[in-house]
Design a protein around this ligand. Structure first.
Ligand code: ARG
Ligand code: ASP
Length: 696
C-alpha cells in the first residue's frame, strides 16, 4: 500500500510534541517509539507488544466487548471500572444484599461470584493482511462487489489462520477499509466478581460529575479470571483455577506528578476523526438534539421513580446509567463542537484540501469528493434522523417495544421455516427473561407515554393493560405451542399489533434507504481517507477506533477551558469532603471514609504532600471502550485507571483538540487505599506487586 509507505516515511521526520492518536500496538517501532521516549518513556516498542516474549499487551483484556481491563496479579486478578462491572454488581444485589450500596469484598477464592455471559478477550497476535484481503479486488468492480469479495477473502484468511484449538481470530478494517489486520485472540468465560466499593465511592458524583473535571470518583471493581487445569479458557466450572497470566502489571506506589509520561492501553470503540464538515453538522445539529430529547424524557421518568422506591432503584440502576451516560456526552459534544468552531475549521481545512487537489493535479481522482459528500449527506439527513430516533425509542429506551422488536424478528424467522423459528424463539426467550429480570411495567408505561409522542402521533398506552408481555409468565405461556399457533397468538397481542406497523416501516422503508446511502457514504469515506493521506502527507494520521487494541500516550497535564481558568491535573480526598452532601444520592460520603480522612490514615498511599490523591488528567487520546484501561508509567507499571474524559473535550471522537481534550484516570493509590484501608481486603494487596520506580 503506497499511501501507508508515504505515511510512515513522512511521520518518521515529524516527531513533535503534538499529540493525539490511537496507535496499532504492533506498529509502534519508529515514530511512536521515539515520540514516547521524547515524552519520558523508557519503554521500547517490544516491551509493549511482542509476539515471541511476554509484553504489556498480554495483561490487557477486552472486558465483555465494551470496556478494558488489566491483569494485576499472577493469579489472574483483574482490574476494571466500577461502571464496567456495574451490571454484574447489580445482578448479585438485592434489597437484603445490596452490594451496590454497601460494596462487596470476597474474603477468599470461594466467595468470588461467577457471572454468566461475562467474558474477557486477550490479543495473542496482530498481522497485517491488507495485501491478501485486497488481492482479488479490482477497480472495475462496484462497491458492492468489492465488499463481498473482501468479505469472502477475509473469511478464508480467518479460517486458515494459524492458531491453537482454543484460540479465535477475526479480521478488522482500518483507515476506512484501506488496511486490514488479523487478530488472534484468547477468550476467557469464567470471570468472577472479587470486589467493588460502595456506589458512593465507585460512582461518587454520579450524573452531575459524569464527564466533568474536577472529579473524585473511585471508579473501579475487581474480578478474577478462572481457567481449566491447563490454564486454558473454559466455561464456568467449580473445578477451574485462577488463571496464571503471561504478564501482569506491577503497581507503582510513587504515583504521578504533572508532566509525567502516561500510556493508556485498551480497546477504544468508535471514533470519527476524518468526517467531512457536513457530517459533523448533521450529527450535532440534527441527530444529537433529537436523541438527547428522547433520553431526557426517559430519564425524567426513571429518575423520579428510582428515587421513590428502593427496589426500583436497584432494578434500574444499570439501565439508567447507560441511558444517562450517552445523553450527557451528546450534550457536551455539541457544546464542544460549537465552542471550538469545529465545523468552521473543518470547512477551512476542506478548502485547503480542495486547493491542494488542484495544485497536485489530482482533480480527476479527488476533485468531486467534497461535493459528493454534501449531496449524499443532504439525501441522508431525514432517514438518518428517523432511524436514530427509531433505535432510541424502540430499542434503547422503551422495554415493551424492545420486546416487541425481538418478537417481530422471531416472526420473520418463522417465514424461513420451523427450524429457524425455533432458534429465534430460543434467543427471544433469553432476551425476554433478561429484560424481565429487572422490569417495572408501570415505569415502562410512563416512559412509553413520555417518549412515543417524540416519534409518532399514534400513541396508545392502553396496550400495557392488554398485552401478555408485561409479565414473564404470561409471555412464556403465549410462546408455548406449535409455531403456527404461536404466531397467531402473537398477532392477537395488543402490544404486538400496535408495534408491528412501526417495524414494517423500518424494514420496508427506513432501513433500506438508510443502508443504501450509508454504503455510498462509506465508500466515499474510504476514498477520502486515502486522498487525505496523499494530498496532505504532512498531517498526522491514525486509524479511527474500531474496538481493537490501541496504544495512546501523553503526559499528566491540566488544561485551560476558558479565559483565566486553569484546572490542576490532580484531585485529593479533601475535594471529596468539600463536595460532601449528607444523605445525597450523588454526593454522600461513607462514614468510614470520613473517619480515615480525619485521622489522615493514608498509610503508604499518600502523595509526597501528605494528601491522598484521587483522580488525575492526561493528554491521552481515549474514547468509549477505553474505560478500565490501565494508565502505565514510563517503566511499565500501573499508575492509573482510565474512566472518563473532561466536559470541554467530549467532542474528541470527532474533533480531538490537544489543548482541551483530557482523559480522566483514578489514581491507583486511591484504588489500593480503598481496598486496604477502607475495605480491609489486604489479602488482595498481598497478591499484587507493589513497586517504587521513582526511588533511587
Ligand atoms: N462517562 C464515562 C463513560 O463514558 C463514565 C460513565 C460512568 N459514570 C456514570 N456516572 N454513569 O463511560
Ligand atoms: N467512560 C468511557 C467508557 O466507558 C470512556 C470515555 O468515553 O472516555 O469507555
Amino acid at each position: 500500500m503506497k499511501f501507508i509507505k508515504i505515511l510512515i516515511l513522512f511521520i518518521a521526520f515529524q516527531v513533535s510534541a503534538q499529540q493525539g492518536g490511537m496507535w496499532i500496538p504492533s506498529l509502534l517501532e519508529g515514530m511512536n517509539e521515539q515520540e514516547m521516549q521524547s515524552l519520558g518513556s523508557t519503554l521500547s516498542a517490544k516491551d509493549i507488544y511482542d509476539v515471541n516474549n511476554s509484553s504489556l499487551k498480554d495483561a490487557i483484556g477486552h472486558f465483555n466487548g465494551g470496556c478494558t481491563s488489566e491483569v494485576i496479579s499472577d493469579k489472574g486478578l483483574i482490574l476494571t471500572n466500577h461502571h464496567c462491572g456495574f451490571s454484574q454488581i447489580q445482578s448479585h444485589s438485592s434489597v437484603e444484599n445490596d452490594y451496590i450500596t454497601n460494596g462487596f469484598w470476597a474474603k477468599n477464592f470461594k466467595e468470588e461470584l461467577p457471572n454468566e455471559g461475562l467474558y474477557i478477550d486477550f490479543i495473542v497476535r496482530i498481522e497485517d493482511v491488507t495485501a491478501r484481503v485486497l488481492a482479488d479486488v479490482t477497480d472495475t468492480m462496484t462497491e458492492k462487489e468489492k465488499q463481498s469479495k473482501i468479505d469472502s477473502t477475509s473469511n478464508q484468511i480467518n479460517k486458515s489462520a494459524k492458531k491453537e484449538a482454543w484460540q479465535g481470530s477475526k479480521i478488522k478494517a482500518f483507515f476506512k477499509g484501506n488496511q486490514y489486520f488479523l487478530f488472534i485472540t484468547e477468550t476467557f468465560n469464567d470471570i468472577r466478581l472479587v470486589g467493588a466499593p460502595p456506589v458512593s465511592i465507585g460512582k461518587f458524583g454520579s450524573d452531575t460529575d459524569n464527564w466533568v473535571w474536577p472529579r473524585h470518583t473511585g471508579d473501579f471493581s475487581l474480578f478474577r479470571i478462572y481457567a481449566d487445569k491447563n490454564n486454558r479458557p473454559a466455561s464456568y466450572s467449580k473445578d477451574n483455577v485462577p488463571y496464571a497470566p503471561k504478564h501482569f502489571l506491577p503497581i507503582s506506589l510513587d504515583g504521578i506528578t504533572e508532566g509525567d509520561f502516561t500510556l493508556v492501553f485498551g480497546f477504544p470503540g468508535r471514533t470519527n476523526e476524518y468526517l467531512p464538515a457536513i457530517a459533523i453538522e448533521q450529527i450535532t445539529q440534527k441527530v444529537n438534539p433529537s436523541r438527547i430529547a428522547i433520553r431526557e424524557a426517559t430519564l425524567n421518568v426513571m429518575d423520579a421513580e428510582m428515587k421513590k422506591d428502593n427496589k426500583t432503584r436497584i432494578q434500574y440502576a444499570s439501565k439508567q446509567a447507560r441511558i444517562a451516560n450517552a445523553w450527557k456526552k451528546w450534550i457536551g459534544e455539541n457544546l464542544g463542537i460549537e465552542k471550538s468552531n469545529a465545523i468552521g475549521k473543518k470547512r477551512d481545512f476542506e478548502s485547503q484540501f480542495q486547493k491542494l487537489v488542484k495544485q497536485k493535479g489530482l482533480e480527476k481522482q479527488y476533485g468531486s469528493l467534497l461535493s459528493d459528500f454534501e449531496k449524499l449527506y443532504n439525501d441522508f439527513e431525514s432517514v438518518n434522523v428517523k432511524r436514530n430516533n427509531f433505535l432510541e425509542v424502540f430499542i434503547r429506551n422503551n422495554e415493551l417495544m424492545h420486546m416487541m422488536f425481538r418478537l417481530y424478528q422471531m416472526e420473520n424467522a418463522y417465514q424461513k421455516g420451523d427450524a429457524s423459528f425455533n432458534k429465534a424463539k430460543e434467543s427471544t426467550i433469553t432476551r425476554l427473561k433478561g429484560i424481565h429480570k429487572n422490569y417495572n411495567a408501570s415505569l415502562d408505561k410512563n416512559v412509553f407515554e413520555a417518549i412515543m409522542p417524540l416519534y409518532s402521533k399514534n400513541i396508545n398506552a392502553s396496550i400495557y393493560d392488554k398485552t401478555q408481555f408485561t409479565n414473564l409468565d404470561s409471555a412464556l405461556e403465549l410462546l408455548k405451542g406449535e409455531p403456527k399457533k404461536v404466531i397467531k397468538k402473537l398477532n392477537n397481542d395488543a402490544a404486538f399489533v400496535y408495534a408491528k406497523p412501526f417495524f414494517d416501516e423500518l424494514y420496508n422503508s427506513i432501513d433500506p434507504q438508510f443502508q443504501s446511502i450509508n454504503s455510498e457514504i462509506n465508500a466515499l469515506q474510504k476514498i477520502y481517507m486515502k486522498a487525505l493521506m496523499e494530498v496532505m502527507p504532512e498531517e498526522r494520521y491514525f486509524p479511527d477506533a474500531n474496538s481493537t487494541l490501541r496504544v495512546t500516550y501523553g503526559q499528566v497535564k491540566g488544561y485551560a477551558p476558558r479565559d483565566a481558568v486553569y484546572y490542576n491535573p490532580v484531585t485529593y480526598l479533601d475535594g471529596i469532603i468539600e463536595k460532601y452532601i449528607p444523605g445525597d444520592y450523588e454526593f454522600d460520603v461513607p462514614q468510614k471514609l470520613q473517619d480515615l480522612y480525619k485521622a489522615k490514615d493514608y498509610g503508604q498511599y499518600a502523595d509526597t504532600n501528605g494528601k491522598l490523591p484521587i483522580c488525575f488528567l492526561g493528554t491521552n487520546h481515549t474514547s468509549g471502550g477505553n474505560s478500565g484501561s490501565p494508565a502505565i508509567d514510563a517503566h511499565g507499571n500501573l499508575v492509573g485507571l482510565n474512566f472518563d474524559r473532561v466536559w470541554e473535550g467530549t467532542m474528541s471522537d470527532m474533533n480531538y483538540d490537544p489543548e482541551i481534550c483530557r482523559n480522566i484516570m483514578v489514581d491507583l493509590r486511591y484504588v489500593l487505599f480503598i481496598i486496604d484501608k477502607y475495605a480491609g481486603a489486604d489479602h488482595l494487596i498481598k497478591e499484587m506487586k507493589l513497586v517504587h520506580p521513582k526511588r533511587k
